[in-house]
Write a protein that binds this ligand. Structure first.
Ligand code: PLP
Length: 407
């Protein structure tokens, strides 16, 4: 049967304590044991179904874990208090002093800063490469390399990682392929293409209401057990645990993810096609002009489309700022970082979410000053939104000044 993540989520069945249609929320940090022996066994990791302490896990978190594992097609999952609370323990679990990571150079700025500035303190080095060039990726691997790290669709440049190709390289060199799938939930199932570990910032599409931060690691039961091990697990010992009240709320939002993703993708494709026709430099994986369009088309589940993220380049930071301020004034969206909200969000990544990346490296990867990253919202009438955005661009002379810069 074809793997459909939304059906897998739908097929889960939960009941609350009194037959409620939502599972009961576990409002406890600690749990009683009927016998002291069971408590000991639980610490040793041998008491299936027993809860120990909520930093380790809670019944509410396990419900959400199950739904996310079903979505990614992995045996298990572990939710965390933020996306970074998933990424950092995974990398610290996999790497020790002297180890090496090969990472895409276009990744979320926080992950980049962690690999560039933080992990070297523990003797872990990272080489940043153009992830779209498999020969360059393979050439960067050394005998010390333990991890290949990438985002399915990268933040903010929307480069596409060939997950099946990267998985072959990872297997050849005995590396773990870790994929951040935050931009493409449901559309892409990296574990089904050979990724070993799939991470999400739940803060974005999966929760979808911009009211919390959250994260998840989806992987084999063995790796999730390692992360939660009371003696040596990076998640257990660093403590980035999601609160039970929050995981219950994320799970309720997740039930509409499939409907939301379809609308985000529909709206983003509509706008990207219009903007490109208008002469704006537009990057969207659903456009034929995207360098990895054909590859991405072969990777996605077409039901959920090419996603809700797109960028345009308006030539300069001043123009980008002017345009974003005017669009916010006209209530076309918010000048804010993050993504996956019902309202369109826009920001200039060079001065916000990617500001951790030094300017010369931003330039080398093509992260230009005038770039605006859009997380396209759930607007009901996207033609109306387009007309209003076009009006803003006309008033600010965006297209005209672009023609001048290009000539
Ligand atoms: N991964 C990606 C692709 C992101 O865009 C972000 C946040 O912007 C993160 C990870 C980090 O997630 P969080 O902010 O939930 O810690």
């Amino acid at each position: 049967m074809k793997f459909n993540p939304a059906d897998n989520i739908q097929d889960l069945q939960y009941f609350g304590e009194f037959g409620g249609v939502n599972p009961s929320i576990s409002d406890s940090s600690t749990y009683t044991f009927l016998s002291a022996k069971t408590m000991f066994d639980t610490f040793e990791g041998n008491a299936e179904g027993c809860y120990l302490y909520s930093r380790h896990s809670s019944p509410s978190n396990l419900y959400l874990d199950k739904a996310l594992a079903a979505m990614e097609g992995t045996a298990s999952a572990n939710v965390s208090a933020s996306g970074m609370g998933a990424i950092t323990p995974v990398l610290l679990q996999l790497c020790s002093s002297g180890d090496h990571i090969v990472s895409s150079r276009t990744i979320y700025g926080g992950t980049y800063a962690f690999l560039k500035n933080f992990t070297p303190r523990f003797g872990i080095k990272t080489s940043f490469v153009d992830i779209t060039k498999l020969d360059i990726v393979e050439a960067a691997i050394t005998p010390q390399t333990k991890v290949l790290y990438c985002e399915t669709v990268s933040n903010p440049l929307l480069e596409v990682a060939d997950i099946a190709g990267l998985s072959k390289i990872a297997k050849r060199h005995n590396l773990k392929l870790v994929v951040d799938n935050t931009f493409s939930p449901l559309s892409v199932a990296p574990a089904k293409m050979g990724a070993d570990i799939v991470i999400h910032s739940l803060t974005k599409y999966i929760n979808g209401s911009s009211d919390t931060v959250g994260g998840v690691t989806c992987a084999s039961q063995e790796f999730i057990n390692d992360l939660k091990n009371v003696n040596s697990g990076a998640s257990m010992l660093l403590g980035p645990t999601m609160d039970s009240l929050r995981s219950a709320s994320v799970m309720k939002n997740m039930r509409t993810l499939h409907i939301r993703m379809k609308q985000h993708s529909h709206n983003a494709l509509f706008l990207a096609e219009k903007f490109e026709k208008d002469g704006l430099k537009t990057v969207y994986p659903g456009l034929k002009s995207h360098p990895s369009h054909e590859l991405y088309k072969s990777m996605i589940n077409p039901e959920y489309g090419f996603g809700g993220m797109m960028t345009i380049d308006v030539g300069s930071l001043d123009k980008a700022n002017e345009l974003m301020e005017l669009m916010q004034e006209r209530n076309l969206g918010y000048l804010a970082v993050s993504l996956g909200f019902y309202k369109t969000l826009f920001s200039a990544p060079g001065t916000s979410t990617s500001s951790e990346i030094p300017l010369e490296e931003q330039e080398a990867m093509g992260l230009t000053d005038g770039l605006i990253r859009f997380s396209i919202g759930l607007d009901n009438d996207i033609q109306r939104t387009y007309d209003m955005m076009k009006q803003c661009m006309t008033e600010l002379n965006v297209l005209h000044s672009l023609e001048k810069t290009n000539s």
